[in-house]
Design a protein around this ligand. Sequence first.
Ligand SMILES: [Zn+2]
Length: 371
Amino acid sequence: MPVSPELAEGLAAAVADLYEAAEGVLIGKIRRALAEGIDSPVWVELKLAAVGNLQAAITEVIAALQADASGAIGQALAEAYGRGQQAAVAELGALGVGQAAAAAAVLPTAPVVDRLAQAVIADTGPVHLRMLRQSMDVYRDVVSRAAAAPVLGAQTRRQAAQSALDAFADRGVRGFVDRSGRSWELRSYVEMAMRSAVGRAAIEAHSDRLGAAGVDLVIVSQSPEECPKCRPWERKILARTGVPGAREVQVEHATEDGEMVTVEVAGSLPEARSAGLLHPNCRHSISAYLPGVSRVPEPQASRGTYEDTQRQRYYERQIRKWKRRDAAALDDAAGKAARARVRAYQARIRELTAETGLPRKRHREQLTTAR
Ligand SMILES: [Zn+2]
């Protein structure tokens, strides 16, 4: 069975889910803290006195999240590495070249998994502080605006609180910038960091296992929704390890002793990966290439374009945004309006998937709520 980042992507969602759920809990805590006594003439004083309580409650949520997340990250990576290994074993078995037995010895997972887990923990480190800071900022902002305009009544206060909560629910905790300078919201940022790590774990496991079975060459699949970055590598043969650069190599036939075969190698697997192949969300996969036995697949027509898939991702983000708005609604009318927007974007996804034949990904339209 070939390996692709997709093989382990679902594992990334489990960690991102924890963050999204915690974000929902934070919005709920701020909402309740603001709503309590909102009609009281001494609301501002009450709210200022309760800043410490809210901060303590939020700190507690974040500490629990951190503990859950570090366990979940290690678990997801170990599972991803296991899946990558299993994929290689299944693939070698199906090829029936007598190498499955050589590959059956279990490779140690710990060093790779630890290294990747440390990278994710380092990438997500600043997230926790930012969750606390931005939550407290929303609360303080609403209270200080009300304090600055004491003549305005409870109704105005309620409106100000609602619009600040809406804005927070929309943007969530954000401001995470990746190495390429792009800004991300909380869930996407965590998911991106995790996807990249679990994808790497699965691919490294697969490649390590093929190596243990003496397979040195791999082939890149044909993908129905290819990304521009991967196009140059599609249907190309790569050396699992070794020097970069395209070349012709003479290798022994996989099943005929002593027979040599000429293979055109497009470069090395690490070279292709650092050029972007098998990036997070990549639909390409890698399989063992057995000289003289494996065939290069025929080119295939695309199912929706890359732009179509990006449009689908946009609609999915809008659905989640309006679901968060619904969760932050202080009254029925605001909730109803938010749910109407959710339905409108769902309708657009139905149209898009019907038109292009792209598969619908309902889990991406769902908001994770606290357990
Ligand atoms: Zn790709």
